[in-house]
Design a protein around this ligand. Structure first.
Ligand code: AR6
Length: 182
């Protein structure tokens, strides 16, 4: 883990890091998957390689996933107990921003349903699916913030697991801004 910024308000612990999500020691990591849920490149490929073949076996039982939705599996060989698989929108497709925000909201809701209190997100849709980081980062941040406003009673640690400096700087900036607003 190369860099690290964090911000806490009661019941919400937000962090931004630059790291390989497969190495994180938190209850749950989120996978930026595709609709088949049967693996792919990017972070999806890395998570499947690290989790081992049992992950795809469980994924086969899930009947895929629609864009913006989220499904939960165990983490198998990962340090994380669970993986939440969500499917981001391809940049430029209809309602992409709403669907990207849905990925964060639905993943957080699924985590809450399973009484998960720490979750790490990769920067969904910013690789193969072509979303500019400058647009994905504010969408991710505002979706997380809105979810927290609706669930202030629920203790949650949310990690933005960036793989590049630009995403990290953007998210760290939003966290700094949030600090000065409160
Ligand atoms: N840890 C954290 N972030 C990572 C890692 C990692 N190990 N590897 C890549 N990233 P992408 P998408 C970052 O392409 O755009 C797959 O083939 C990467 O730098 O993984 O949602 C799926 O099967 C980028 O910022 O996901 C789908 O077909 C971010 O993760 C499709 O790609 C997302 O990049 C999904 O595309």
């Amino acid at each position: 883990m190369r860099d690290y910024k964090e911000y806490s308000v009661p019941e919400l612990h937000l962090k931004a890091v630059i790291a390989d999500i497969t190495q994180l020691d938190c209850e749950c990591i989120v996978n930026a998957a595709n609709k088949t849920l049967l693996g792919g490149g990017g972070v999806d490929g890395a998570i499947h390689r690290a989790a081992g073949p049992q992950l795809v076996e469980e994924c086969r039982t899930l009947n895929g996933c629609r864009t913006g939705e989220a499904k939960l599996t165990k983490g198998y060989r990962l340090k994380a107990d669970y993986v939440i698989h969500t499917v981001g929108p391809v940049y430029g497709t209809p309602d992409a921003e709403k669907k990207l925000k849905d990925c964060y909201r639905n993943s957080l809701e699924l985590a809450r349903t399973h009484e998960i209190h720490s979750i790490a997100f990769p920067m969904i849709s910013t690789g193969v699916y072509g979303y500019p980081r400058s647009e994905a980062a504010p969408a991710a941040f505002s979706a997380v913030r809105l979810w927290h406003q609706e669930h202030r009673e629920y203790p949650m640690e949310i990690l933005f697991c960036c793989f590049d400096e630009e995403s990290f700087e953007l998210l760290a900036g939003y966290m700094q801004q949030m600090k000065t607003e409160l």
